[in-house]
Every structure is written in C-alpha cells, then in structure tokens.
Design a protein around this ligand. Structure first.
Ligand code: MTE
Ligand code: MO
Length: 324
C-alpha cells in the first residue's frame, strides 16, 4: 500500500484557518455537521428547519475528491447567488428563478466530436453514475462556500461524446428565454446573452471538473443552475456556467461572457490566485459564507482554491499574471 500525505486540498478546516476565526466559527460548525449527518437519514430535516426541496437523487459518496471542511448551510448556498439571467442582486435568483422551466430539458452537442446531436438530459448523463463531490466554490468577488454537489465527472460525459483530435476547447452556453428570465429582459443587463463559457480540453478532462445535477442530495434548485451546471472548483465561480443548453467542441479558444464585459478583470483562465489581484480589489482573502456584518469570517485564499495538486501542472508553462 502506498502511504500518501493528505493532499493540500483535503486539509481539515482547522489546518488552514487562522485560530481566532476558527474559534468564532465553532458554534456554526456544530450546526453544519449535525445537518450533514441528518441528511444521511431520510425524514430528518436540515437545521434551518425546512426540508431540502427537490427530487432525491441516487448517488455514491466518493470522499476521495471531497473536502472535509464544514458545509455552507443550504440556506446560504441557495439564497446568495449569481445568476444574471434573473437579475444582478444576490437575492434575485432565489426570488425569480422559479419562472424557469427545467423539464423537459435538452442539450445540443455540436462541433468536433463523433456524437453530435440533441440529447435529453438523462441521455447525456447516466443517472446510475451519479456521485457526490464536496467542493469549494470561490467567487471572484471574494466570497466562498463549501457545497455538496451531485453529478458526474465532466471527463466521463465528454468521453461518451467522442471529441476528435481537433477539439482543443469545449464551449458551453446557457438557456436564453426572455419570458422566463427577467434579467434577460432588463434594459440594464450587462451580458450579451446567451451566457457563454469554455475550458481548454485538458482542463475539462481533469478529474475535478464536474457536471452537477444536484446539491445536498437533491436536484439542483433553479437558482443554482438547474438542471445541469458546470463546477470547476479551482477557478473563480463565473467559469461554473449554469443551466447549460449547448456544448460545442472546437479548435479555436471560445470567447466568454465575462471576458467580453471586462477582459482586464475576468480572463479566460480565471484560476483562483491570491498572488494576482483583481484590478479593483485584493484576491488574498475571502469571506467564507455564512458571513455577517459583525462576523465577516475572512479566511486566506489558496492558490487554485487549494486544488493545486490536481491542477497546477496544467499551467506549468504559463505566466499566470498574464493568463489570469
Ligand atoms: N448562466 C450563468 N451561469 C453563472 C452565472 C450567471 O450569471 N449566469 N454566474 C456565475 C458566477 S459569477 C458564480 S460566482 C457562480 C455562482 O454559483 P452559485 O450561485 O450556485 O453559488 O455561478 C456562475 N455561473
Ligand atoms: Mo462569481
């Protein structure tokens, strides 16, 4: 048997958190842990008192790739969101995303692959392969959460679509529906819809890249990107595109929504990096939610969001100040 030190991204919470912050958070952690245990027993409710809504999913727990940090409470995961299709306030998605119809849902696959076509969600991902991954998500705005996602590795889905040797990048696109998405009707919208994202093929094939269909054991709430969203845990949150309707394999690098809005602030690579500040603020620290006015809960940001062991090699030859 090979004895291996715990990889850095798996470090316990107390190992990476300054002591005063840790002590302040103890009470909350107890609640979060009790809640996580409760979820394992059907019929019990989340300490926020409401049962977790959504349809229950069948999945395997593979703790190997999960962090053991305390989970961000369901209430924060689902009420503090960025989903500009429904407005730019953090509370807009929870309030307005219920207008989006997510069933039936189909995804168009096109470009450099042997299996293009229009896929029903359950044909694109195999429900019997679902697993849980507890990953950190860090927004470029310097807040972060720990979320128990359910889904399948992106590499597994891509493998079944059989990309050709010309596929150097994979592009993703979100639903456009002006009737259901009030942010898309807004005259003040900053995004040229659809919301667009992309990954280099080796990033997409990394073992951490994940297609999520659920969180906290249930189907995704609309505000978190139902029925299908990307989760790329070493990158800023904006790479994790929600409510995906199109996937395209291509030779040219895709041009992404945030890059179009502000290329100097939101680069294509968007790796979490405390050494490279956002032009308007530091990226050295982050507020781990829940975070209140009087207990802002700041923690140090880690390079690649703490997943360097899995992904640093992808950027070995790149100057990350240039490719931010
Ligand atoms: N379609 C779409 N996907 C999106 C966004 C968006 O506005 N529209 N916001 C991104 C940003 S900035 C973040 S931080 C995460 C937030 O995910 P969460 O609300 O599930 O925490 O979603 C990302 N995916
Ligand atoms: Mo974000």
């Amino acid at each position: 048997m090979i004895i291996k030190n715990k990889p850095s991204w798996q470090l316990g919470y107390h190992e990476v958190t300054p002591e005063p912050v840790f002590r302040n958070r103890r009470a909350f952690m107890k609640g979060a842990l009790a809640g996580a245990a409760g979820l394992a027993m059907p019929g019990l409710v989340w300490p926020g008192e409401l049962p977790v809504p959504g349809e229950a999913l069948d999945f395997d727990k593979r703790p190997g790739l999960s962090t053991d940090e305390p989970l961000t409470p369901y209430e924060d995961v689902t009420r503090y969101n960025n989903f500009y299709e429904f407005g730019t306030d953090k509370t807009d998605p929870a309030q307005y995303a219920s207008a989006m119809e997510t069933a039936p849902w189909s995804v168009t696959v096109e470009g450099e692959c042997a299996r293009p076509g229009q896929y029903a969600l359950e044909d694109l991902l195999k429900p019997h392969d679902y697993e849980e991954r507890i990953y950190r998500l860090r927004c470029v705005e310097a807040w972060s959460m720990v979320i128990p996602w359910v889904g399948v590795p992106l590499a597994e889905m891509i493998g079944r679509l059989e990309p050709t040797s010309k596929a150097k990048y994979v592009y993703f696109e979100t639903l456009v529906n002006l009737e259901q998405m009030r942010g898309q009707r807004s005259a003040f919208s900053v995004i040229d819809w659809p919301y667009q994202e992309g990954l280099r093929m080796d990033e997409a094939m990394n073992e951490l890249s994940f297609m999520a269909v659920g969180l906290y054991g249930k189907t995704l709430p609309n505000q978190n990107g139902a029925p299908l969203r990307l989760v790329v845990p070493w990158k800023y949150g904006f790479k994790s595109i929600k409510s995906i309707v199109k996937i395209r394999f291509q030779e040219a690098r895709p041009y992404t929504s945030w890059e179009k809005i502000a290329p100097k602030e939101y680069g294509f690579y968007a790796n979490v990096n405390p050494e490279v500040d956002h032009p308007r603020w530091s990226q050295k620290r982050e507020r781990r939610l829940p975070s209140g006015l009087f207990s802002p809960n700041w923690i140090e940001t880690r390079k690649f969001n703490g997943y360097g062991e899995q992904v640093a090699h992808l950027y070995r030859d790149m100057d990350l100040k240039r490719f931010y």
